[in-house]
Design a protein around this ligand. Structure first.
Ligand SMILES: C[S@@+](CC[C@H](N)C(=O)[O-])C[C@H]1O[C@@H](n2cnc3c(N)ncnc32)[C@H](O)[C@@H]1O
Length: 281
């Protein structure tokens, strides 16, 4: 299993650079389940610091979260208190009975499940991934979901990795490394279908910005705390990071940064940063 992002270290600062996006999309999918939303038992797989659980809490009957990082779960417990059942464990092999949940959501997790090229590796030479861990997780989600329930997963397509984040253009090789770990949209659809899900919706989120208000900081890539807001930065080599920092410093000094951000924003607005899938059991 991949460990390229160190969530034990990043958990303290995670919430300063991440917000939950697409909560309405998740709720709309859950609301199409015959059981009233206010009575549904919902699981978030890979719940991190609990930002989605916190946003979903007022709308559903009860909530559970699972994550394998104790650091992230400590933050989630601080935010949610005793009102949400949080467990530490891998989403590839969950200690829940079959058909335990009316709905399951999983947000920005599946690019962490596979091995892939590290900052030292050439992504073009990397062997194709068969996404065995993603497949295993999706089969687990199917197992623990009740018939008729919704599985709502948000994941970033390869095109969104490249053009849904302005700074991705500064570190294209790291973006290519990350893409090796992630099924693209058609592959993900295939994995969901093979596991037994009917695909009810595939919708890019064109408005949401995962990094929240700090996203368009023109000096952002110069700050380690800002870069910690997205694990792609941990896949840059020292030379690639130096190059990105020099470009940012130069564009800010020359006064060309705003025009660059405007061009990059046009692309993000056309494709969004992430895509929501709703699979129905
Ligand atoms: C980018 S964070 C997303 C957290 C949260 N879903 C959110 O959107 O704010 C990815 C999370 O997935 C968790 N994770 C990665 N692989 C996991 C696995 N195999 N089992 C459980 N949690 C995992 C990490 O610990 C981390 O908290």
């Amino acid at each position: 299993m991949s460990q390229y992002a160190n969530y034990a270290l990043d958990s303290d600062s995670y919430d300063t650079t991440r917000i939950p996006i697409g909560v309405d999309t998740i709720l709309a999918s859950l609301d199409r389940t015959p059981i009233p939303l206010s009575q549904q038992v919902l699981l978030e797989a890979g719940c991190g610091t609990g930002n989605y659980l916190h946003a979903l809490y007022p709308h559903v009957g009860s909530l559970a979260g699972i994550d394998f990082s104790e650091g992230m779960l400590t933050q989630a417990r601080r935010k949610l208190g005793e009102q949400v059942g949080l467990s530490c464990g891998s989403i590839l092999d969950m200690a829940f009975e079959g058909e335990s949940f009316d709905g399951i959501t999983c947000n920005q997790v599946i690019h962490h499940l596979e091995e892939g090229p590290s900052a030292a590796d050439d992504p073009a030479a990397w062997k194709p991934c068969h996404f065995r861990n993603v497949t295993q997780f999706i089969q687990e989600a199917y197992r623990v979901l009740r018939p008729g329930g919704a599985f709502v997963i948000n994941a970033t397509s390869h095109e969104q990795f490249r053009d849904g984040y302005w700074w991705a253009d500064l570190i294209p090789v790291a973006v290519a490394r990350l893409s090796c770990r992630m099924p693209d949209l058609d592959q993900l659809k295939q994995i969901l279908t093979t596991a037994g899900f009917d695909i009810e919706a595939v919708s890019p989120d064109l408005d949401g910005i995962l990094q929240g208000p700090s996203y368009l900081d023109p000096q952002g890539p110069l700050s380690e705390a800002w870069r910690a807001g997205d694990s792609t930065w941990s896949l840059t080599s020292d030379a690639e990071l130096d190059d990105a920092r020099q470009r940012v410093t130069r564009m800010n000094a020359e006064g060309t940064m705003q025009a660059y951000l405007d061009e990059r924003e046009k692309k993000r607005l056309a494709i969004g940063q992430t895509t929501f899938f709703c699979g129905r059991k």
